[in-house]
Design a protein around this ligand. Structure first.
Ligand SMILES: C[S@@+](CC[C@H](N)C(=O)[O-])C[C@H]1O[C@@H](n2cnc3c(N)ncnc32)[C@H](O)[C@@H]1O
Length: 282
């Protein structure tokens, strides 16, 4: 995906200053803290919004955001990349089935946290997997994101019909045991997933940068979120996950994310190294 960039005449030092001021304004006025996000991606996304709003400078965007909460909502959508899929990275779900499910089976009751769940596809995938493993009724799933709009979509459970073929393929590669179409009803608006899959799911707004932990979990999935954070913010969130995990709890990151070289590397063992599944051991 190519995103627009700054006009060539823009002074890079001035641009950085204006972007820092924009982020400061968004934080101080609205409480959303993007100050520790990776700069290159922030910068591209800010310019996408500047051009879409027909503005000229980053400072124009700052003024627009401060005076119009709807511009803020659109900027939030740009900054919170919501791309997701059902059974995304099927090998991850296969590894979860093979390596994590046997651990969960030893608990009479367990809690899973999907941090940065976006529109919920990952959560429905997990509910299906646990259902098929006969474990769903022992689970409580907390699914959080900072973006309220994506959570509303997640609760509705309606996903584009045109993606069902891709999702069916993912489901099979992830070790799915039934026919994927058993889980949804096709209609004009899309594929409506069985609402019973949400019976043990709580969706809630939670910001990984500004909010604290809210329970103790046996598994935390935070996939394809930390990739947008700079190193020090990643460390902060690793600490949050470490503190929120029960001893021997499992942490799953995205394919391009790692605990390697982090302050917490020594506290985890690798359960499925290629799939970025870790287990807290100390
Ligand atoms: C690319 S999606 C990943 C969705 C899903 N985990 C997956 O891997 O398919 C990233 C999500 O992280 C959320 N996010 C970004 N920064 C966040 C923060 N500070 N706190 C909570 N969620 C955040 C975004 O709103 C977005 O929905």
């Amino acid at each position: 995906m190519t995103l627009p960039s700054a006009p060539t005449t823009y002074d890079p030092a001035l641009e950085r200053l204006e972007i820092e001021l924009l982020l400061e304004a968004v934080y101080r006025h609205y409480g959303f803290d993007f100050r520790g996000y990776a700069y290159a991606s922030l910068r591209r996304r800010a310019w996408k919004r500047i051009q879409a709003e027909r503005l000229e400078t980053v400072s124009d965007l700052q003024a627009a955001v401060l005076h119009d909460p709807e511009v803020l909502d659109r900027l939030l959508d740009d900054l919170s990349v919501n791309v997701t899929a059902m059974f995304r990275d099927p090998n991850f779900f296969l590894a979860f089935r093979e390596k994590v499910v046997p651990l969960l089976r030893t608990y009479p009751f367990f809690r899973i946290w999907h941090a940065g769940c976006s529109t919920g596809e990952e959560v429905y995938s997990m509910a299906i997997l646990l259902e098929e493993e006969g474990l769903y009724d022992r689970a409580r799933i907390y699914a959080t994101d900072m973006n309220e709009r994506v959570l509303r979509q997640a609760r509705a459970g309606i996903f584009p019909l045109e993606r069902m073929q891709e999702y069916t393929d993912n489901y099979i590669r992830a070790g799915g045991r039934r026919s994927f179409s058993e889980y949804y009803t096709a209609g004009y608006d899309g594929a409506l997933f069985d609402p019973a899959l949400l019976r043990n799911v709580v969706f809630a707004q939670h910001n990984l940068v500004t909010d604290r932990s809210f329970s103790e979990f046996n598994a935390i999935l935070c996939r394809n979120v930390l990739i947008y954070f700079d190193k020090s913010l990643q460390t902060r969130v690793h600490r949050l996950f470490y503190d929120s995990l029960a001893k021997f709890g499992v942490l799953a990151l995205g394919g391009k994310e790692t605990l390697r070289f982090s302050a917490f590397e020594e506290c985890f063992e690798q359960l499925a190294p290629a799939e970025k599944v870790y287990r807290k051991v100390r």
